[in-house]
Write a protein that binds this ligand. Structure first.
Ligand code: GTP
Ligand code: MG
Length: 469
């Protein structure tokens, strides 16, 4: 009996009992156009009622200009409406879009009119959930859509669009195809041993399994780059009071955001600002400077609290820039920490020393010497931050980069199962035992693509969406 029974996603017919949902699809606030989206079996009849037109008058996928009225026949807005009849729509159901005048209040009124006529307010991600349930998208494509909506840099957007274009799904499907094909060979061996398949070269099969496991591992490893591009990184400036942290922070973000004075203890709380360098979102964090132990007893409460809060925030940052005034020593113990970069500030006093990287020995290749007064070292510091961040991620072609922990975990599990199967093949385990690991691997891949429905997984995936999508 062959295992290969590729489950298809459960689909719902158009006239099911599912409610017709509606939501504002455009962002809140003022705007030229505000869009209300409706999906479900009642969508077209609701449109007919709020426009006083017959359903048949609306041609499929053609914009029509209509007056929208409420249940009391009071004019609400003049809008462009478009009907996308099932199944040729985003959700696979009848979908209506009402493009009215923008603005929070007007769009809200349009939505109320639709709700008044029997639609239900959509949950976050419910339109996409219906598209998924209708088999229009697999889970990896759903996640790519979430990435597009949430993209906060050009590079993150490009990555998400490439994924939506199918490159990543193709990579998943290629792995799945290989696994299923090898499983078919093994299952045939179990079912028809008399056919002589028992003599199938074990080494060839084991090499094949290891090769696919390697593909899955390589794809899983691209998560570090995907996470970097989608979530960005945080970089905290830490050091003693008056070290020049706020001055560096202002110089790096190109704006006088933080107060700078010659008084030690100027910054009382941490302050954050986001910059985009090389397509990566970097949240810089300025912190309250620390004091010598003997002085810290005499600090006022506000400064003490500021230091505690700053230290906590900095400890959660992906990278810390340890700032010391030129000439002060760094503690050698923290020299090799991979999450720290050393920065000397105020390197404008002694011009001879500028760009001399060897004052504390050759080992300090991560020491950057800067001066906000002369601008020395600022570009170098930006580059050092980027190099440091990039050195911590695996290289990958942006088209084949995963961005979701769920995908990474699934790929790692698949790779581990395939390696187990390969070991079973090599150690002459019965084919039935090898097949168990391979079936698990095939099931894991099916779950990754959403071919097996799991409520907890679906909830986590759709939690990334906003209402109206
Ligand atoms: N000459 C020179 N002075 C600098 C430089 N950077 C900062 N300063 C001066 O050093 C003093 C302290 O700078 P800040 O940036 O406020 O230092 P901080 O580390 O934020 O200090 P706290 O907020 O008290 O922890 C100010 O008077 C700055 O003008 C620099 O590159 N060269
Ligand atoms: Mg400061």
């Amino acid at each position: 009996m062959l295992f290969i029974q590729k489950t298809t996603v459960k689909t719902f017919p158009q006239n099911s009992n599912r409610p017709t949902i509606a939501a504002i699809a455009t962002a809140a606030g003022q705007g030229a156009v505000g869009i209300v989206r409706i999906s479900g079996s009642l969508a077209i009849s609701i449109l007919a009622r709020i426009t006083h037109r017959s359903e048949q008058l609306f041609q499929d996928r053609v914009m029509t200009c209509c007056k929208i009225v409420d249940a009391q026949n009071v004019l609400v807005d003049e809008a462009l409406v478009v009907v996308m009849r099932a199944p040729r729509s985003y959700t696979g159901e009848d979908v209506i879009e009402i493009h009215g005048h923008g603005g929070h209040y007007n769009t809200g009124r349009l939505l109320r009119v639709v709700i008044e006529q029997g639609a239900t307010l959509a949950e976050a991600g419910e339109f996409t959930m219906r598209a998924f349930l209708a088999g229009k998208l697999n889970l990896v494509e759903v996640e790519a859509i979430a990435d597009i909506i949430n993209a906060s840099s050009e590079r993150a957007l490009r990555l998400a669009q490439t994924q939506q274009g199918g490159a990543l799904v193709a990579a998943f499907l290629a792995i799945q195809k290989e696994v299923i094909s090898m499983l078919a060979t093994i299952e045939a061996n179990i079912d028809f041993p008399e056919e002589g398949l028992e003599e199938m070269p074990r080494q060839t099969l084991s090499d094949g399994l290891m090769a696919v496991a390697h593909q899955a591992t390589c794809l899983a490893e691209t998560f570090s780059l995907g996470k970097l591009l989608t979530s960005g990184v945080s970089v905290a400036l830490v050091g003693a009071v008056n070290a020049g942290k706020s001055s560096l922070f202002n110089a790096l973000i190109g704006e006088q955001r933080c107060l700078v004075t010659h008084d030690p203890g100027t910054t009382r709380d941490f302050i954050e600002a986001t910059v985009v360098w090389d397509g990566i979102n970097i949240t810089l964090i300025d912190t309250a400077g620390t004091r010598d132990k003997d002085l810290s007893e005499s600090l006022d409460d506000a400064e003490r609290q500021g230091i505690v809060r700053s230290t906590q925030r900095a400890s959660k940052a992906d990278l810390r820039l340890v700032v010391r005034v030129d000439g002060q020593e760094f503690e050698p113990s923290s020299m090799d920490r991979s999450d720290e970069l050393w920065v000397q500030s105020k390197c404008d006093h002694d011009k001879e020393m500028i760009n001399d990287h060897h004052t504390q020995g050759e080992k300090q290749n991560s020491l950057v010497r800067t001066s906000v007064k002369t601008g020395v070292g600022l570009d170098e510091l930006r580059q050092a931050i980027l190099t440091h961040i990039q050195s911590r991620v695996s290289e990958g072609d942006d088209g084949f980069v995963i961005t979701q922990e769920r995908q990474r975990d699934g790929l790692e599990k698949t790779a581990a199962l395939l390696r187990c199967a390969a070991e079973g093949v090599e150690t002459s385990q019965p084919w039935e035992i090898v097949a168990i690991d391979m079936k698990d691997a095939a099931e894991t891949l099916a779950a990754l693509l959403g071919e097996r429905l799991d409520d907890a997984v679906l909830d986590a995936v759709f939690a990334q969406f906003c209402i109206g999508k």
